[in-house]
Every structure is written in C-alpha cells, then in structure tokens.
Design a protein around this ligand. Structure first.
Ligand code: FES
Length: 113
C-alpha cells in the first residue's frame, strides 16, 4: 500500500484527495477504485491519452514509459516532462503526487471549460 495525492481538479476532485493505492496497479486503476473518475476512453488499452496525468512527485519511482506510451503522450493536451498515461504507469511503493490536466483531448474537442 502506498498513497497517491491528487491535486485539486475543478471537476474530478475540487479539494484534491489522497487515496490509498495498491502497488502493481496503474495510477488510473487506483484512482477509479477510489472514486476519482479519471477519463479512460480506450478502457486502459494505451490508445487514447484521456488518462493523462502529470506526476509532480515520485516520477522517477515509476518504470519508464514504453515507446507506444511516449508516442501517444505527444498528442496529449498540456504535455509536460513528467507526463504519463495513467493507465500505463504502474504504482510502486513510493507515494506519488499527481495533477490531472484541466483538459483531455476529449474535453478539448468538445470545447468544455
Ligand atoms: S485510458 Fe486510454 S491511454 Fe489510458
């Protein structure tokens, strides 16, 4: 067990939240299991980028991204050096602090604010 601190996101967790996370599961799985509805339009098959998160602390504890994840991330809205796809980044024993970008490509397409 470790923890993921999710920084405030206006829709998904306005106050931010700390979730108990299982090592060996992805960031996305851990958030969903704890009621944070991170988008996952491709059902976590590494084909969409809607699960994009920015890892503010603990980034280096994660296994490096595979090439297919890197390629997809290039298309994500708001890409940063510490960006990962939430469905591909597997949580280890190190606590993480993550930020969910304001938009995903789905939202940007729909013009949501
Ligand atoms: S859910 Fe689609 S890439 Fe992660």
């Amino acid at each position: 067990m470790t923890q993921i601190v999710v920084l405030p996101h206006s829709e998904l967790c306005p106050e931010g939240v700390v979730v108990e996370a299982d090592a060996g599961k992805s960031i996305c799985e851990n958030l969903l299991a704890n009621g944070v509805e991170l988008d996952h339009a491709c059902e976590m098959s590494c084909a969409c980028t809607t699960c994009h998160v920015i890892v503010r602390e603990g980034f280096n504890s994660l296994e490096p991204a595979e090439e297919v994840e890197e390629d997809l991330l290039d298309k994500a809205w708001g890409l940063e050096p510490n960006s990962r796809l939430g469905c591909q980044a597997i949580v280890g024993e190190t606590p993480l602090v993550i930020e969910i970008p304001r938009y995903s490509i789905n939202m940007a397409k729909e013009g949501r604010k």
